[in-house]
Design a protein around this ligand. Sequence first.
Ligand code: PMT
Length: 399
Amino acid sequence: MQKTIVLGVTGGIAAFKAAQLASDLVKKNYDVEVIMTKNATEFIAPLTFEALINHNVIVDTFEKVANRSIHHISLAKKADLFIIVPASANVIAKIAHGIADDMLSTTFLACSKQKVICPAMNTQMYENPVTQDNLKRCKELGYAILEPAVGHLACGDSGKGKLCDLSDILDYVEQFFHRSDALKGKRVLITAGPTQEALDPVRYLTNHSSGKMGYSLAQAALDMGADVTLISGPVQLQPPKGVHFYPVTTAKEMFDAVCTYSKQADFIIKAAAVGDYRPVHVSEQKIKKSGDRLHIEFIKNPDILAYLGEHKQDHQIICGFAMETQNLLANAQKKLEKKHCDMIVANDLHTEGAGFQSDTNIATIIDQTQRIPCPKMSKYELGVTILKHMLALHKQGEQ
Ligand code: PMT
């Protein structure tokens, strides 16, 4: 069923970003209702939102809206989630104390659903103990706060107060609505990130994987109620709270960790970008510059996914990834067969918004009977899609 998000917009320079957010949410098939404060309308016109969300924007508490019975209670009841973007110091102060003197604050007070506040303001205002006290009160009341970022602010100052990334808000929304028990009782093993193979104490061979795909999968599996083990190469990300986390560096270490933890796993997802080769010898000392050419001999690393496919247990569903630069689907199909996986997720390095490092991916899920295109979506959302497909394959296997 389509979910309704009530988006409150207050007066601040970041108000224009709320329009992009509204558009992104509509694209994800959410029904978006917008309530603006009068000050917000000085920064961006209601018409901008109306064109994006296909509803009238509400500003005035006593406004008459054609053909619709809109008042603070009806929107409060309709909401499945209430987000304020950007949340000014003024609105934070009001909602922390139950002040209801306009449509936004009144509807907020009347709404019993989850509420999310995305503050954006000048650093001094944000750090003022009064604002911090109000935010603390909001947290105590159960409202989620998506902390502002540090950066250059419109007023010319630099510091904390910049609206958080829209991708953080979208991820929050996706996580909120995808939280379920669908994978309760299931053990999910995920590998993520790159591997590093040392050449000497100073240098190593690696790839561009950031770990975002694997970590998003881990978060999605957690949100769906699974017991999650994450084996990760070196990345800059924090493992999601609640996973069993095993950091590794080399492909061999990843292989050993996977061998140790895979036997119990029901679902295994190999999102890591594993180095296929490692140097035969790792020099104990830094390799000195000499001659115009340097020859290093490499030896093959274990193919972890192929090993898992060969040793697959009856209760397991195994999902590989295929990162290709040409003939995406044909090459991915070959990997599916060769590595004995149940499914493979094909992503193309050359497609913008897909593959390494981006927050989004564009992929095709391939199994023994079908190919499912997954258009551009967040890596978290793709994670949910992959896990749902694994669950469907698991259920088919049980019949
Ligand atoms: O981490 P991000 O920046 O978010 O980027 C995500 C990603 C692009 C790394 C991810 O979406 C992805 O495609 N991961 C697999 C990359 C890869 O190594 O593809 P491959 O086609 O070379 O390998 C095929 C499969 O075999 C993969 O599941 C890989 O984990 C596995 N493999 C490969 C070599 C090896 N020695 N052992 C393996 O298990």
